[in-house]
Design a protein around this ligand. Structure first.
Ligand code: FE2
Length: 191
C-alpha cells in the first residue's frame, strides 16, 4: 500500500505572515513529500509493505521508522496550526490551568522546553496515562505515538520549520507559533 501526502488543511499562504507561503512550499511541498516518497521506496518487500502508517511508526526501526514517523509528525503539526489561531478552551484549558496555573505560564514552559530541544526535534503537549497534561521533547523523528502519552499539539523545531522566516531565531518562531495554535484540534485529541 503506497502512502500518500495528506492534503494541507489550508492554503499555502494561509499562515502568512507568521509562517510564510515560501516556508510551506518547502516544508510541506518538499520536506514532508520527501518523507512520503522515501517511505514508499523503502517498504516494498518488507513487513511494512501493506501496513498502515500508524502501524509502521509503532513497529519499525531505523530508516523506515524515521520516514514513517516524520510523515505522521508533520501531518499532526499541520493540524496543530490554524489560520488566524485560536485560544485555549474547554477540557484542554482546564488541564493547562491544573498543571501550570495559567496559559501564559504553560506557554513559557513549552517555549523554554522547545528552545532547549537540542538539534532537530519536536515539542509536544501530551496527555499522560494518569490524565494530566505535560510537555515532552522528542529528538529527530521520535514521536509520542510509540509511548503511552497521547499527543495533543506539536511544534516542529527542526530548523527547516523556521529558517526562511526567522533564520536562526528559534525563540521568535516559538513566540509566533502561539498565534496559529489550533486548540480545537488539541481538544479533539484529548477526547
Ligand atoms: Fe518539519
Amino acid at each position: 500500500m503506497a502512502h500518500s501526502l495528506p492534503p494541507l488543511p489550508y492554503e499555502m499562504d494561509a499562515l502568512a505572515p507568521t509562517i510564510s507561503k515560501e516556508t510551506l512550499e518547502y516544508h510541506y511541498g518538499k520536506h514532508h513529500k520527501a518523507y512520503v516518497d522515501k517511505l514508499n521506496e523503502l517498504i516494498p518487500g518488507t513487513e511494512f509493505e501493506n501496513a498502515s502508517l500508524e502501524e509502521t511508526v509503532k513497529k519499525s526501526e531505523g530508516v523506515i521508522f524515521n520516514n514513517a514517523a516524520q510523515i505522521w509528525n508533520h501531518t499532526f503539526y499541520w493540524n496543530s496550526l490554524t489560520p488566524g489561531g485560536s485560544e485555549p478552551s474547554g477540557a484542554v484549558l482546564e488541564g493547562i490551568n491544573k498543571k501550570w496555573g495559567n496559559v501564559d505560564k504553560f506557554k513559557e514552559e513549552f517555549n523554554k522546553s522547545a528552545a532547549g530541544n537540542f538539534g532537530s526535534g519536536w515539542t509536544w503537549l501530551v496527555k499522560k496515562a494518569d490524565g494530566s497534561l505535560d510537555i515532552v521533547n522528542t529528538s529527530n523523528a521520535k514521536t509520542p505515538l510509540t509511548t503511552d502519552d497521547v499527543p495533543l499539539l506539536t511544534c516542529d523545531v527542526w530548523e527547516h520549520a523556521y529558517y526562511i522566516d526567522y533564520r536562526n531565531a528559534r525563540p521568535k518562531y516559538l513566540e509566533s507559533f502561539w498565534k496559529l495554535a489550533n486548540w480545537d484540534f488539541a481538544n479533539k485529541n484529548l477526547g
